[in-house]
Design a protein around this ligand. Structure first.
Ligand SMILES: *Cc1c(COP(=O)(O)O)cnc(C)c1O
Length: 482
């Protein structure tokens, strides 16, 4: 048979299917007779019906063979079901809770830090009521929104003054614009960083109006390199924390105290972009040394910037601490108004900072710190809790094994730190490894795992205690029933 001969009956069939498709009104009448259909606003219902019918039309027109047409069910029942599913999707939140089984603690794609219970409670208190956000209750007049966190930031870091903006990128940008627009900022070539989400230090500097003055080489920068670059146009010496990588081997970096001594001899400030910024000395928990904000302030840095939602474990924010005169110049800059923080951030940040008054308690109550300092036996305990909820047949279907592995800090903090962990390794007998990863991701709530060496790996370090039963239930549900 010629090709046309084969297609003609198909075109004919397509026409018949299109004619059988009910009219919008007919579907609406059918839906209005059902209790759930009566609860949906008429306009939304009509829109959904039109969308579903349009999908049917498209499927009919694109059918390449009779079987594709026969697979379409044109009954009012089937169409009603699709309308209901579509409305359900539209009502579900796009931004949704998920379970992080990747073992990456400060995972930027997954929303970085979880707030401490106290921070959530304070956020809720503040969100539902008027507050003294910018109102001085003593004097009965306009106040500053920053007083709520300023004192604790000063007390915790030892700095003279503090300011909080929308995020650390904004903090760096604002500081450069306020202190160095049209002037030169000296940076070591070993610190011209790019971090995730297109934060490139050279680009930030250019758009702030500061002129980048690179010194040294990728692996070595000496004090004399900085000294030779200083001139009458210099505004600032900048150090950036090489967050997500390390230059190792034949290297030299100028220490902060040396740089401060040089800068101050020329009446210039030193600014350090710490990135993650921790307030707790993590060596106590067997981690590598990450300079704390207090140490950097004590070493004489005039201005220090860091994130609120990385190692600090609070809400997204950019925190600036340092000498009062510089903080004041930044505070008065017009751009400051464009990157100011809202009351929710301040509420969550104030509560988070309060927890730092007792570092031991902070490590228990701030989820980021709790996950970071979680001892290996506690992770093994989580694995046992999960396995107790999995029948032997389910474990067998996944060929479940427990192996040693490493969690990552993430967020550009401690890039070389591999935190020892216990991983649940799955090699399902009923589907491929990538298919299992996909099904876990599409589960409600989604469970995000990683794949390595042809296994799906679950790291329970970043799975919260109360989520373990949910992970177990998902694993059970995904095994096909015999
Ligand atoms: C993360 C980071 C930033 C950006 O901070 P955000 O809070 O994400 O805006 C800037 N500099 C360094 C060194 C960082 O690690």
């Amino acid at each position: 048979m010629s090709e046309e001969g084969a297609l003609a009956p198909l075109a004919h069939q397509r026409g018949a299917y299109l004619r059988r498709l009910p009219a919008v009104d007919e579907v609406l009448r059918h839906l209005s007779a059902q209790p759930w259909g009566q609860q949906v606003p008429r306009q939304a219902l009509t829109r959904a019906v039109r969308q579903v019918l349009a999908r049917y039309r498209q499927a009919i027109l694109q059918a390449r063979e009779p079987a594709a047409l026969e697979a379409l069910s044109l009954s009012l029942e089937a169409i009603a079901q699709q309308v209901q599913a579509l409305l359900g999707q539209a009502q579900a939140y796009r931004l949704q809770r998920l379970i992080n089984a990747t073992g990456v603690i400060v995972h930027t794609n997954l929303g970085r830090s979880l707030l401490a219970a106290e921070a959530v409670a304070n956020l809720q208190r503040v969100a539902r009521a008027y507050t003294n956000l910018e109102y001085d209750l003593e004097k009965g007049e306009r106040g500053s929104r920053y007083v709520h966190v300023e004192e604790s930031l000063k007390a915790l870091t030892g700095a003279e003054a503090a300011l909080v903006v929308n995020n650390n990128a904004a903090a760096v940008f604002l500081a450069l614009q306020a202190l160095a627009a049209g002037k030169e900022v000296i940076v070591s070539r070993g610190q011209l960083i790019e971090i995730g989400g297109s934060f490139r230090l050279p680009d930030i500097m250019r758009s702030s109006g500061a002129i980048l003055r690179e010194v040294g080489t990728t692996n070595k920068t000496h004090l004399r390199d900085y000294a030779q670059a200083i001139n009458e146009r210099t505004a600032l010496l900048l150090r950036a924390h090489t967050s997500n990588y390390r230059i190792v081997g034949f290297t030299a970096e100028v220490s902060l105290p040396e740089l401060v001594e040089l800068a101050h001899a020329h009446n210039l400030p030193v600014m350090e972009d710490l990135g993650s910024g921790t307030l707790i000395d993590l060596r106590r928990y067997g981690l590598h040394h990450e300079p704390t904000v207090q140490e950097v302030v004590a070493s004489g840095a005039d201005l220090v910037t860091f994130s609120g939602d990385k190692l600090l474990g609070g809400p997204q924010a950019g925190i600036l601490v340092g000498k009062a005169a510089y903080i004041e110049t930044i505070r008065r800059h017009p751009l400051h108004r464009a990157v100011r923080v809202d009351k929710f951030t301040l509420a969550a940040l104030e509560a988070t900072l309060k927890l730092y008054a007792d570092p031991e308690a902070a490590c228990r109550q701030i989820p980021t710190l709790a996950m970071l300092t979680l001892p290996l036996p506690a992770i093994a305990q989580r694995v046992r809790r999960l396995r107790r909820r999995l029948p032997a047949a389910v474990q067998a279907a996944y060929r479940l094994r427990v192996i040693d592995g490493a969690s990552a800090v993430g967020g550009g903090a401690l890039p070389l730190e591999a935190l020892p962990t216990k991983l649940v390794a799955l090699q399902p007998s009923f589907c491929s490894v990538s298919e299992l990863e996909r099904r876990l991701r599409q589960h409600r709530p989604p469970i995000i795992a990683r794949i390595a060496h042809d296994q799906v790996l679950l790291d329970l370090r970043t799975v919260q205690e109360h989520e373990i039963p949910e992970v177990a239930a998902a694993l059970c549900a995904l095994v096909p029933k015999p």
